[in-house]
Ligand binder design. Structure first.
Ligand SMILES: *Cc1c(COP(=O)(O)O)cnc(C)c1O
Length: 365
């Protein structure tokens, strides 16, 4: 079976470096907010071109802490694309705010920036674009709207570590950026992890307090916070992997380019890469009308495939009280019925790439 992703192959390629880093932490006896978390925060900030980085326990927590750090409060509205991983909307609900969904672009699956303005009112506090599948949302119009209406921009960069928009790394473009180091992400830990990144010292200070019980001075909480830290062991592993991530992303782009060139010829609806943006192909998504049938044929040929995501956010059960119905956001709804992820990871062999291309080219779409 060609898996969607092979984390063991990647570990084998960096085993010595990772094992050494883990050993060092184990011998140091420092497990919470130790030197590796600090160093990884600085290295990631440098990589992304931002001033501050705050390691937290997961990408979901990064979203929750980022929302609160920029001042989103219960009752506020946050504009969110209708098509993403559920945590994007879940985080907004968790802080007591209301996600206001907008539809997506049918080519890129990214937030359709043209309809955002019509959703802005006096309760709107922030816009939350998602750099879905590894490609940046169109940030310039979003940043202009934010300036015009005095809104915060929170980037969900969980799927796009290393992606670029106009030669600048995503995550550092808005008021605050959220990273996930879930094992399958382009920069993945061996467990959960996340990070809040920003150029605003006030936002960074809030995020640091929120991740440690709401205090600056130990045992003197100033607000209700969390216990949400990036683990020292994970930080040590991530420091090793950060040194490789550009090479891995480059390899993802090369494989995606091969897929697209040959699948396009066969009439497959392949991903659309927008000029001026560097796509890092967290996922390689094709579009198929007869998706069940396509998945069955792929399975038969020994090729894994997966649906990201079978339900748009506005139709998810926890959003029920918001009152959305089928048909409200038709492009997101259609995407949820037709998108299909093919295997794509840096360690794929030429033979695997070829098998995928030949099989997918033969699908009746
Ligand atoms: C993975 C992901 C998250 C959540 O990250 P976790 O580390 O799993 O909590 C949030 N948003 C998007 C778009 C994601 O893909």
């Amino acid at each position: 079976m060609i898996p969607l992703l092979d984390l063991t192959a990647q570990y084998q390629s960096i085993k010595n470096e990772v094992d050494g880093a883990v050993q060092e932490v184990l011998c140091s006896g420092k497990f919470i907010l130790g030197p590796n978390v600090l160093a990884f925060e600085q290295e990631t900030a440098g990589y992304l071109g931002v001033r501050y980085a705050v390691g937290v326990a997961s990408g979901t927590d990064a979203l929750i802490i980022a929302l609160r750090s920029v001042g989103v409060e219960p009752g506020d509205e946050v504009i969110v694309p209708a098509y993403s991983f559920f945590a994007t909307a879940g985080a907004v609900l968790t802080v007591g705010a209301k996600p206001v969904f907008v539809d997506i672009d049918p080519q890129t699956y990214l937030i359709s920036e043209g309809v955002i303005e019509s959703k802005i009112n006096s309760r709107t506090k922030a816009i939350l674009p998602v750099h879905l599948y590894g490609q940046s949302a169109d940030m310039d119009p979003i940043l202009s709207l934010a300036e015009k209406y005095d809104l915060k921009v929170i980037e969900d960069n969980a799927q796009a570590f290393g992606a670029e928009y106009a030669n600048r790394k995503t995550g550092g473009l808005g008021s605050v950026g959220c990273l996930s180091f879930f094992p399958t992400k382009n920069l993945g830990a061996y467990g959960d992890g996340g990070m809040v990144v920003t150029n605003d010292s006030g936002v960074a200070e809030q995020a640091r307090m929120l991740r440690t019980h709401g205090w600056k001075k130990k045992y003197h909480p100033e607000m209700l916070g969390y216990n949400s830290r990036l683990d020292e062991l994970q930080a040590a592993i991530l420091r090793v992997k950060l040194r490789h991530v550009d090479g891995w992303n480059q390899r993802r782009r090369e494989i995606a380019a091969q897929f697209t060139a040959r699948l396009k010829e066969a009439g497959v609806r392949t991903p659309v890469e927008v000029q001026g943006r560097k796509h890092v192909y967290h996922l390689y998504i094709i579009r198929v009308a007869k998706r069940d049938q396509a998945q069955a044929i792929l399975r038969e040929a020994g090729i894994a495939s997966e649906i990201y995501y079978p339900l748009p956010l506005h139709l998810a059960l926890p959003c029920k009280e918001l009152g959305y119905h089928v048909g409200d956001l038709p492009i997101a709804e259609l995407a949820s019925q037709e998108t299909l992820a093919l295997p794509l990871y840096p360690e794929m062999t030429a033979g695997q790439i070829d098998t995928i291309i030949r099989t997918v080219s033969g699908l009746e779409l």
